[in-house]
Design a protein around this ligand. Structure first.
Ligand SMILES: C[S@@+](CC[C@H](N)C(=O)[O-])C[C@H]1O[C@@H](n2cnc3c(N)ncnc32)[C@H](O)[C@@H]1O
Length: 290
């Protein structure tokens, strides 16, 4: 009988384990640390980065060009700048900026993305220093006119780590240097954040092996934090990936920056620098080290 089979497959203990794995965790409870560096996931990420028409992982080629134009037209980046690209990924922005006369250093902790970035720079005939480094450990001093961080990396840190990153950025900038980045707002994840769903597949984004994926999204209204959670069950291991996003608005990001020794030079609708709207999903932030 179907009922008996179901009981054998999923006893009370297994069900309890699954219920436990899929529960709403405490705010900022960490998941697997290997999101960017796991060999299979980083290969899938790179594929997503390099999709020229899709805005996942990196933005589409058209979108990147509009943003690089915006960086120059707003004065966030100037030809001849020494510029640091934090979390440069496969170097799509770094190469575009170097082509336009900027001296770029790119930092990332994905070796796979950096290998692509180096190849891309060589093919385009531009010289860029690509460094394999955790930007939370950045210790450069007064070295750059401009630092950029693209695609919401500032959202993923809890406040203590975010402030450490901002202190690293401030130290690495020359006096009066420019820091330009983008952050998501509450509107972004209420619209696009993960939702409760499952998939059973022979392979997929998270693993090359057969697995069951139990995904969910949780909103922590009190802290304005969104969590995308992915529980990946395989024959011989279970992993829980958690992508935390602290959301900002014009007021909250201003306060964070002021506290970290920056003034706000401009807030826009994303980095293509369109005027800010009340329902924006991405805020482009231009800050100056004070
Ligand atoms: C969303 S991707 C954006 C990549 C690139 N900025 C773009 O828009 O094409 C974030 C990148 O940040 C890198 N990253 C995340 N945390 C990092 C850290 N602590 N140190 C260095 N790189 C990091 C990841 O490896 C990834 O390449």
């Amino acid at each position: 009988m179907m009922h008996d089979i179901a009981v054998k497959l999923l006893g009370g203990k297994e069900l309890e384990t699954i219920m436990n794995l899929t529960r709403r965790p405490a705010l900022y409870e960490p998941g697997e640390p290997a999101f960017w560096t796991d060999p299979h996931i980083s290969a899938m990420m790179l594929q997503a980065h390099l999709n020229p028409v899709d805005d996942a992982a990196s933005r589409s080629a058209e979108h990147i060009h509009a943003e690089v134009d915006g960086l120059f037209s707003s004065g966030a980046v100037k030809p001849g700048d020494r510029l640091l690209d934090l979390g440069c990924g496969p170097g799509l922005y770094a190469v575009e900026l170097a082509k336009r006369g900027v001296q770029v250093t790119g930092i990332d902790f994905s070796e796979r993305s950096l290998a692509h970035a180096r190849k891309h720079a060589t093919e385009c005939g531009v010289e860029i220093e690509f460094r394999h480094q955790n930007f939370l450990e950045l210790d450069d001093v007064a070295a750059y006119d401009s630092i950029i961080q693209v695609y919401g990396e500032m959202n993923v840190f809890e406040p203590m780590l975010r402030d450490r990153l901002l202190a690293n950025v401030k130290r690495a900038l020359k006096p009066g240097g420019r820091f330009t980045f983008d952050v998501t707002t509450r509107a972004c994840h209420l619209k696009h954040g993960g939702r409760n769903h499952w998939e059973a597949a022979p392979s997929g984004f998270w693993t090359p092996h057969a697995h069951l994926l139990l995904a969910d999204g949780f909103y922590y209204e009190e802290a304005d934090v969104w969590l995308d959670q992915y529980v990946v069950l395989e024959a011989d291991r279970t992993r829980v990936f958690r992508n935390w996003f602290t959301e900002y608005d014009a007021v909250s990001i201003g306060k964070v920056l002021e506290h970290a020794g920056f003034s706000v030079a401009g807030l826009t609708n994303g980095l293509s620098m369109a005027p800010l709207t009340a329902d924006t999903e991405w805020i482009g932030v231009r800050a100056i080290s004070t």
